[in-house]
Design a protein around this ligand. Structure first.
Ligand code: SAM
Length: 259
């Protein structure tokens, strides 16, 4: 079934009471812009063909076209459901800025795997230093998260923040999470399985911190540890930075019994 996101402001739910006939419509959605164009001119969707609209806040609406105007259409809501594409906890990826366009790939794969937010940051060994004009990159990355969320059947569109300047800024943000894991290549670190077993519950807000290609300095790991992050090993094989974050998202979903 075709699927779109819409702003919750475009959704109207009609009031109902005990006397409302079951057959009365539940509500309607106004669809305009790119999605209108895509439905009408690209997909040439039939009036009775159902499609899914998500409000980006965890609710899905099954609809069909009610009326088409020149620049927008009205879709009638036939059923309402919770979005099934969400993990029961938020999952933020703090990612040491990698080279080239790897950040785009991390956001795409990470969105497919359930991350709810991405925060790029400059680490000491970051090669690609963000410039002032890089806000355009954040816009493009947001668009990548949107497209990946649509494709993956997510119930929210993950956010992409402007890059943080260093691990100190990451550390200051960590009090918002009840579980923070910093992946660091070191034989001294416990494995993910051991760390999660001693944590012993499903988090509400979790965060993962991944270093850039050159990894973290020991001082950076210490700074993050002091701010509440638990250093963790992901096994004896060293992954590329663009592999580690998505892999950890998949491992966490599995560990908490969600796949
Ligand atoms: N030589 C670097 C080092 O020793 O840190 C390798 C860095 S690795 C290519 C990039 C990032 O991926 C690391 O900083 C870490 O966050 C994560 N990572 C990759 N493989 C890992 C593993 N086996 N255990 C823990 N973290 C790992």
């Amino acid at each position: 079934m075709h699927r779109f996101f819409t702003d919750p402001d475009n959704v109207t739910i009609f009031p109902r009471d005990d006397t409302t006939p079951e057959t009365d419509p539940i509500g309607q959605i106004v669809i305009s812009g790119d999605d209108f164009h895509h439905l009408i001119h690209v997909l040439r969707i039939a009036h009775d063909e159902p499609f899914e609209v998500c409000d980006g806040a965890g609710t899905d609406f099954i609809c069909h076209i009610q009326e088409v105007f020149s620049e927008h259409l009205l879709a009638q809501i036939d059923a309402v459901d919770f979005s099934r594409g969400e993990l029961p906890f938020t999952l933020t990826l703090f990612q040491g800025i990698p080279k080239g366009k790897k950040m785009d790939e991390i956001i795409q794969k990470g969105t497919e795997l359930g991350y709810t937010a991405f925060v790029p940051f400059t680490a000491e060994r970051t090669v690609n230093r963000p410039k002032d004009a890089d806000f355009k990159k954040t816009l493009r990355r947001g668009r990548i998260a949107y497209e990946a969320a649509k494709q993956a059947g997510r119930g929210i569109i993950p956010t992409v923040e402007e890059p943080y300047p260093d691990v100190n800024a990451v550390g200051r943000a960590l009090s918002a999470y009840d579980l923070v894991l910093v992946a660091h290549v070191s034989r001294d670190n416990p494995g993910l399985h051991e760390v999660l077993q001693s944590y012993g519950k499903t988090p509400k807000n979790a965060a993962v911190i991944i270093g850039p290609e050159g990894g973290f300095t020991e001082i950076e790991v210490l700074t993050l540890q002091k701010a509440g992050a638990i250093p963790v090993s992901l096994g004896a094989r060293v992954m590329r930075t663009e592999t580690a974050g998505p892999a950890m998202g998949a491992m966490l979903a599995y560990a908490f019994g969600l796949v």
